[in-house]
Design a protein around this ligand. Structure first.
Ligand SMILES: [Zn+2]
Length: 685
């Protein structure tokens, strides 16, 4: 591992910091923290922490000595100086006289000693930074170091690799006890560069930011070189041929790893998937003793909150035998859940009860021959789980290559997983109504489609925006944030629809809600219209819906957790307008199509509903058309647009809200919701 220190960048950071009143030390503290944070081999997703001992001015008083320590859960790759709350150091150090202190009291004392009372909570490992005397202290969970120390003879290996440069602190749960043990070891052994925290990570320190940082790089490099020198290769099973791809297995896994909501019939707790199938993942999955390794535990304690203690291990999915794979996946997922409940009960009893059980669903699934899936309540959580699973694979593989991987005990993992300070990193979770669900919207580049995608994303769903105009889908996806997925999709072409749904499944693991919205209007007096025009309209306004719904149902059946098909049928489906047959007739057929889906798939928990909307400003009803229609009727544009019982203009957002309601109404199917401001001639009868 090479040092990322670049003198010019460091000085630029100092100069930039000066403008906002940062000292040189603090600017460099931010600089090297980011250097550590940007390398996933050192820290991942809020893990790791750094600190600086300096001075600060009290509101009404003198300068005091403070610890500027990284805030709990802050991402080291991106943070700024504000993510280093300043805590008065002297009162923190006095705590060393105590034998023990409760978490709540400790956090209270920390907060009472913040210079800025509104600052974020300091890192859960703050006391370790406070007790060590060094000006700069860096702590990471470097994967290579973990491979060396997560061993039955970790202490010996540590001495061999790091000599007297690092002291060895036996495993204790992060927090006050570990901090006290660490300073004891430091004072006894006087290591020159830092400490190893057994089965957890590495600490380096120094008089300058650069010294502490480069000692970290130096130590991690030693670990990497040791692994390279001592590597022996493990036994691999033969690679299987003719395997199903990730798009085939993902919906099966997603369904197997969903949980029925006991309180609301028809509701499920679902997860989003993130796939990884690179060479090192695939090699690991070929290990002969994969089952032993999979049960061995985490590489560092704070991973438990993201991945749980063990992954779900699934069988090899042979092509053509997916039914068998699906049965096995459900069985193993059920076993996983039962085992998790038992683990919780056993350990909750051990600690005297009072813990609240988290959901028991797996967060990592291993599929030999295919790859791994991270699972989470959102795409972002799934990505984090997948990143950590990849680091786990690397850590375990290398540990096995130089010895035998050994994690902390089950009790230690439980204590971390259910430590309130770790849980706090996940943030207060107010779950949105569509959290864990995946919605695909066709015609998402247009007004109604875009508004619908936006409403579903705001309700917590992961959304895919499908449109024949890919640039428009991309533009709308960008407005929705990083996880929204744009995909080209021509609903008049079966292979384009298949490709688009494959893309959705690869990105999120499946689909739960489909809004079949793409459409276009053709006109003509029905007895005289060219048959070609009628056929064209049917291709888009009827067969388009059929292709999209059929592709979605296939995925929903593989998941086995129901689903929701929503169709945009026009007012024309109910109340035809003169010379509008080429548009209204296929829309009437689409209304019948919706009812047929409701009928044929109700038993599978798949609901089908439609929105019958009228007179929305969109690609179908352009400003020019509005002007000409209003003129033809001799009314103003405003009156034309709000010519309904309520005298209100209906917007794309109104239609989006109707779709959203239908997605949430778990007991409603074969329904048409009218969104037209009131048009008695178009009322359903
Ligand atoms: Zn740590």
């Amino acid at each position: 591992m090479k040092s990322g220190w670049v003198e010019r960048d460091a000085e630029a950071m100092v100069a930039h910091g000066e403008k906002s009143g940062l000292t040189r030390d603090l600017a460099l503290r931010v600089y090297t923290t980011r250097l550590l944070g940007r390398d996933p081999k050192l820290v991942l997703h809020g893990g790791g922490n750094t600190s600086l001992k300096t001075t600060a001015r009290e509101r009404f008083g003198d300068e005091v000595e403070v610890l500027r320590v990284k805030a709990s859960g802050a991402d080291m790759a991106k943070l700024g100086a504000e993510a280093f709350p300043a805590v008065r150091l002297a009162p923190m150090r006095k705590l060393r006289a105590l034998d023990n202190i409760g978490d709540v009291e400790l956090v209270g004392i920390e907060r009472a000693n913040l210079i800025d009372p509104a600052a974020p909570n300091p890192s859960v490992e703050m006391m370790l930074h406070a007790f060590l005397p060094h000006k700069f202290v860096d702590h990471t969970h470097a994967t290579a170091v973990l491979s060396v120390i997560d061993q039955p003879d970790g202490e010996q290996k540590c001495a061999e690799v790091f000599g007297k440069r690092l002291g060895f602190v036996p495993y204790l749960m992060p927090g006050f006890g570990l901090a006290k043990k660490a300073i004891e070891v430091f004072e006894r052994d006087k290591p020159s560069d830092g400490l190893i925290l057994s089965k957890h990570g590495i600490v380096t320190f120094g008089a300058t930011a650069r010294e502490a940082y480069e000692r970290m790089i130096d130590m991690v490099t030693r670990a990497e070189e040791f692994i390279a020198r001592n590597r022996k290769s493990g036994a691999l099973a033969h690679a299987s041929r003719n395997l199903a791809g990730e798009a085939q297995v993902a919906p099966i896994i997603r369904g197997a790893c969903s949980e029925k909501n006991a309180a609301i019939e028809g509701a499920w707790r679902r997860l989003i998937l993130e796939f990884r199938g690179n060479e090192s993942v695939l090699n690991f999955l070929r290990a002969k003793d994969l089952n032993r390794l999979a049960q061995a535990g985490v590489i560092t304690p704070d991973h438990t909150i993201r991945t749980k203690n063990w992954p779900l291990v699934l069988p090899v999915p042979e092509n053509g035998a997916l039914d068998q794979f699906a049965r096995a996946a459900r069985e193993r997922a059920d076993e996983f859940v039962v085992r998790y409940h038992r683990y919780f009960e056993r350990n909750n009893k051990r600690v005297g009860g009072g813990k609240h059980e988290l959901d028991a669903l797996p967060r990592v699934a291993l599929v030999p021959g295919v790859g791994l899936f991270g699972l989470g309540r959102s795409k972002q959580e799934a990505q984090i789980a997948a990143d950590i699973a990849e680091a786990w694979i690397e850590g375990v593989s290398n540990a096995e290559a130089i010895g035998r991987f050994e994690s902390i005990s089950e009790a230690d993992m439980f204590d971390c997983e259910y430590w309130p300070l770790e849980q706090a990193k996940l943030g207060a979770r107010r779950e949105l109504p569509l959290a864990g669900q995946i919605a695909a919207v066709t015609g998402a580049g247009g007004a109604i489609g875009a508004a619908t995608a936006c409403a579903f994303a705001a309700a917590g769903a992961e959304v895919a925006l499908l449109d024949v105009d890919f640039a428009a889908a991309e533009r709308e996806a960008e407005r929705l944030g990083t996880t929204a997925l744009p995909a080209p999709c021509d609903v008049t072409d079966a292979s384009s629809v298949r490709t688009a749904f494959d893309k959705v499944v690869k990105a999120f693991g499946g689909v739960d809600i489909v809004v079949s919205n793409a459409g276009a209007a053709w006109q003509g007096r029905i007895g005289e219209v060219d048959e070609e025009v009628l056929r064209k309209s049917f291709e888009l306004n009827f067969y388009g819906h059929q292709r999209v719904a059929a592709a979605a149902v296939k995925i929903m059946l593989a998941q086995g957790t129901g689903g929701c098909l929503l169709f945009n049928v026009s007012k024309q489906a109910v109340n035809p307008g003169p010379n509008f047959g080429p548009y209204g007739i296929p829309k009437a057929a689409a209304l019948a199509l919706m009812r047929q889906y409701a009928l044929d798939y109700g038993a599978d928990g798949i609901r089908a509903n439609a929105v019958n909307a009228d007179r929305i400003r969109s690609g179908l009803l352009t400003p020019d058309m509005i002007a000409s229609r209003a003129k033809a009727r001799g009314v103003s544009e405003k009156d034309y647009m709000s010519g309904n019982l309520l005298n209100r203009e209906v917007t794309a957002e109104d239609v989006a809200q109707a779709f959203l309601h239908q997605a949430l109404e778990l007991k409603t199917t074969a329904d048409v919701t009218t969104v037209d401001g009131g048009n008695i001639a178009a009322a359903m009868r």
